[in-house]
Design a protein around this ligand. Structure first.
Ligand code: 5GP
Length: 205
């Protein structure tokens, strides 16, 4: 008989400055793996080219955002760059109840708030190899205006010093993304096997 494994869900918080490559790492990590669930945040910022409402974000008005806030619908929320962002509480709770790995790609303020209120989580901060590499990546993305690039670089200089507040730090070196993905995967695999997330029963034979 195979062992029975009762696995608790995992709240996986991932932060890192804009342009550090978080999105791609998360995509690689979860590719073809139904264990992962993503929270589709709400935001008041304008969609970028190619972004789909309900997939990348729920793009909402400030009025709708204020209503959700008043209803206490957010697990966490923050003002980032030039917009408001929030994680809806319900889908997170549901995914955790189902034993899934719930990925939150959120900024430092939001992450620190979640770390304050959640009793069990795994937190990872993704670092670029240098500020120059980060700026290069932001420019190469071509989705931001010069002013937005500068806002994101200023934010990066505030966020990066907060990396030690997370449980794990990963450097996403230029051209060595596979290494960063492998490190992230190793963290998730190890954390999945922590005794507080597992109850294993083995049989006689
Ligand atoms: P972007 O506008 O480039 O998609 O995201 C900007 C920043 O907002 C990123 O650092 C991203 O992690 C963060 N972010 C996205 N969704 C949320 C959210 O629901 N809450 C918080 N606190 N930050 C978020």
């Amino acid at each position: 008989m195979p062992p029975t494994i009762q696995r608790k869900g995992m709240l996986l918080i991932i932060s890192g400055p804009s342009g550090a490559g978080k999105g791609t790492l998360i995509q690689q990590l979860s590719k073809n793996n139904p264990e992962y669930v993503f929270s589709c945040s709400v935001t008041t910022r304008e969609p970028r080219e190619g972004e789909i409402n309900g997939v990348h974000y729920h793009f909402i008005t400030q009025q709708e955002y204020d209503r959700l806030l008043a209803e206490d619908a957010f697990l966490e929320h923050a003002h980032v760059h030039n917009g408001n962002y929030g994680t809806l509480r319900k889908p997170v709770e549901q995914a955790l109840e189902e034993g899934k790995i719930m990925v939150l790609d959120i900024d430092c303020q939001g992450a620190l708030n979640v770390m304050d209120i959640a009793d069990d989580y795994v937190s990872v901060f993704i670092l670029p190899e240098s500020y120059t590499a980060l700026e290069k990546r932001l420019r190469a993305r071509g989705t931001e205006t010069e002013e937005q690039v500068q806002t994101r670089m200023n934010n990066a200089r505030i966020e990066v010093p907060k990396a030690p507040l997370y449980q794990y730090n990963i450097i996403n070196y230029e051209g060595r993304q596979d290494e960063a993905v492998a490190q992230l995967k190793a963290i998730v695999d190890a954390e999945k096997n922590r005794v507080n997330r597992n109850h294993i029963t083995i049989q006689e034979d």
